[in-house]
Design a protein. Structure first.
Length: 346
């Protein structure tokens, strides 16, 4: 595969009516953090529709790197000469410059994730998520490049007005992770105003599904329940989350790569809430096993509810989540059990 001066991937295409073989042009999308959970799903969807995809990832050992390598192997098999992996760190300007070269769109998903770990190590979270984001943006010279920034519902903090709307105030984050994501939105907006590039910030609401990170609640609960071990159950079980199946999130991300506005922020959620107690009941049903609860106090940084108003994303992006929590849990459990039997999970 070659790269044209216009920043598109080219390779032999279908013959024209004159019998000549002409190059076919497709967008090149850079996905930072593309070896991870959401990023690998986005890459898979883009490759399936015929785009060229470049993944930029430092393979941080926050969880088992073999899982990320398996994601890359899957993408390489799907994309063949339309897929490339570029190892590197967001804080390395030279690596970022090489990664963004020729891209028509940058989907920026790379970040240190997790509310509770950010409380333990706030300096590192700010370094990677804030400094890294600014470093990446600073290396994009082409004013035609669209940037899609992966933000988080955590920016809403302890907001008690539900559902959460993009116009709600988000100036009271309750964790360093949330603050870093709000900072990323601000940096993206400033860069848009100064450069003119199109920017979309997407606030993800509790994404789950196949290839989910092992420490995230649904994956962790399924592993512990199937191993016959107690699951950590924080508070009285009444906290509610807007769980969003990864396929729905991916549809929103892909739609955002061709944004209708120069700058916008959108919620991407399931537009429904599920309590912790209800989530456990869904898992017990799907697994056919009773969960043993390790009851623990509520944790710093946790919020009582998350709930997305997706009306704006529906209007502008055609976003319509279609996977219920019951269906999504069933799919995740089926995936987990199959992967475990095949020895592909630690």
């Amino acid at each position: 595969m070659a790269w044209s001066e216009a920043g598109h991937a080219t390779w032999p295409g279908m013959e024209s009516r004159a019998g000549m073989r002409l190059p076919r042009r497709v967008p090149l999308v850079l996905i930072t953090g593309g070896a991870g959970f959401i990023g690998s799903h986005v890459a898979e969807r883009l490759l399936a529709r015929g785009d060229a995809v470049r993944v930029f990832d430092n393979l941080d050992p926050y969880y088992d790197v073999r899982l990320k390598q398996a994601n890359l192997d899957r993408l390489a098999a799907i994309g063949k000469d339309r897929f490339a992996f570029v190892p590197g760190d967001l804080r390395d300007a030279t690596a970022c410059r090489q990664a963004v070269a020729g891209a028509t769109c940058v989907v920026h998903l790379a970040a240190l994730a997790g509310v509770r770990p950010s409380i333990a190590d706030p300096v590192r979270y700010m370094d990677v998520n804030v400094t890294g984001t600014q470093t990446l943006l600073s290396q994009i010279d082409d004013r035609g490049v669209t940037v899609v920034f992966g933000s988080s519902s955590s920016v809403y903090g302890g907001n008690v007005k539900v559902p959460f709307a993009e116009s709600d105030p988000v100036d009271q984050p309750v964790s360093p992770y949330a603050a870093s994501k709000k900072a990323g939105e601000l940096l993206s907006h400033t860069w848009h105003r100064l450069r003119g590039n199109k920017v979309v910030c997407l606030r993800f609401f509790t994404v789950y599904g196949p290839r989910q990170r092992p420490e995230m609640a649904i994956h962790q609960f399924v592993r512990l329940i199937t191993d016959g071990k107690p699951i950590p159950f924080f508070g009285d079980g009444t906290t509610r989350r807007d769980y969003t199946y990864v396929d729905d999130i991916v549809s929103g991300v892909v739609a955002a790569t061709a944004p209708p506005k120069p700058y916008a922020i959108y919620n991407l959620g399931g537009s429904a809430t599920t309590s912790l107690a209800e989530l456990v009941a869904h898992l017990e049903r799907a697994l056919g096993r009773k969960a043993e609860l390790q009851r623990l106090p509520e944790q710093p940084g946790d919020v009582p509810v998350t709930y997305a108003d997706v009306g704006l994303a529906a209007r502008d992006l055609g976003y319509r989540p279609g996977t219920s929590i019951a269906a999504g849990v069933d799919r995740f459990c089926a995936w987990y059990l199959a992967e475990k039997r095949a020895g592909r999970l630690p």
